[in-house]
Design a protein around this ligand. Sequence first.
Ligand code: ADP
Length: 451
Amino acid sequence: MKKLSFANKLTIWYSAILLIISIGSMLAMSEMGKRNVKESSMTILVEKVSETEEKIAATGRDFEFSRGLDFYSDDVYISVYDKDGNLIEGKWPAGVTEKPEFGDRQQKTVVDSSGDEWYIYDGLCNEDGRIMWIRGITAGKYSLFSSGFVWHTALLSLIGLVLIALFVGRYIAVRSLSPIRNLNGTVEEIRRSGDLSKRVEQQSKDDLGQLAENFNGLFDRVETMVDKEKQFTADISHELKTPLAVIASQSEYALEDEEYREQALRAINSEAKRMSEMIGRLRLLAGSDSNNLKLHMERVNFSELCNSILEQQKLIGKESDVNITGDIEENVFVNADTTMIIRAILNLMDNGIKYAGPGSCVSISLHEEAGDAVCVVSDNGPGINSENIDKIWDRFYREDKSRHNRESWGLGLSMVKAIVEAHGGAVGAESIMGKGCSFTIRLPRKENDDD
Ligand code: ADP
C-alpha cells in the first residue's frame, strides 16, 4: 500500500482535530440547550398545573371535570386524582408506566418504556374539604435534532467546515511543504545517480530555505571530500608505480646477474624503506583525518628542543654546504608530544636544506607572541610561486612534478600541518620567488612554572 504523504497526514490530523473540536462544541451547545429546554418545560408544566388548580378553585368543591378542563395542551398532560390517589379524570401519556408517589409542589423525573425522560409536577388542591391531586406530565425528550432547523443547520455547517478545511488545508500544506519535496527529490536523485554535484533549488529565506542551504553546504563538503579521496587514491597508485617498477626490475637483475646482485638488493632495500616511510606518513595523516592521532602530551621546554635540533642540523648543513643559524628565545614552554614536534620541525629544516641547496642559509627562530610559541624556519632558496603557496600543504603536492626527486613524496608539509593542528596550533608559509621562504609553526604556549 502506498504510504500517505506528509501533506496528506497533516491535512488528516488537523481536520480530525477540527472535527473533534466542532463536535465537542456542538455537544456542549446541545447540553446547554437541553438544560434550557428542561427549564422551560418545567415552567410550562408548573403553569399548566397551577392553571388547572385555579380553574377548580374558581368553582369550588362542586367542580365538574368534564367541563372546563383542558387535559392536554402545550405538550403537557394533566390528570386529577382523589386524596387516595385514584384517578378522577385526565390524560396520561402511553408508554409511561411508572407513577411516583404524590408530593405537593414537587418535581420528579420518570423514564418511559423507550428510555425517554418525562417530567412530573404535582399540586395538592383542597376545595372545602374535597382533596385532589393535580398531576402534570410532559416529555423531557431532547436530542441534537429535536430543535429542528438550528441543529440541522449546525450539522450541515460542520460538514461544510470540515470539507473546506480538507481542501483549503491540503492546498496550503502541499504548497508550504513543496521545498521539502524538492529537497527529497534532490536527495533521491543523488542516491540513484550518485551525482554529488546536484544541489537543491532554494525558493525561500525561511527555515526550509535554511534547510536547503545547509543541505547544499553539506553536499559541497561531501563532494570535496570524495574528490580529495579520489585524488588521494590516484596519487598513491601513481607514486607507488616508480618504486615498484624499480623493485621489479632490480629483482630481475639480481636473479639473472650474480655480480650485480648486491647492488640490486641495495636498490630494492632503499625503495622498500622509502615506501615504508611513505606508508608511515600516510598512516599519520589518516589518523589525523579521523581525529585519532595519538599524542603523548607533556610539558616541553620548546627552547631546549629547538636548540638541540639546531645543533644537530648544523652538522648536516655542513655536509650539504648549507649554513644553519638560530635565534632562539630562552624558556619557552609548550604542551606537546616531543617526538611529533621534532618530526615537524626536522621536516621543515630538511626541506630548507633540500630546496635552498648548497651555499644557501637556513635559520630556525623561536619567540613568544600573544601567548603562543612561534617557531619559524626560513631559507634563502628559490622560494615558492605565490599562486601555489596554499597548495603546498596538500597531500602529494610538489611544485615541480616533472623533476622526479627520489627524496620527495609531497607528504612532508601535510604531515607538519596535521601534527601542528593536532596540538591545537596553526601553520603558515610565506615566500618571495628567488628570495626564499619561511614556514611558521604556532603552538599554544604552556606557562613556565618559574615565570
Ligand atoms: P616533499 O618535500 O616531499 O616534496 P613537502 O610536502 O615537504 O613534500 O613539500 C611540498 C612541496 O613544497 C615541495 O615539493 C616543494 O615544491 C615545496 N617546498 C617545500 N619546502 C620548500 C622550500 N623550503 N623551498 C622551496 N620549496 C619548498
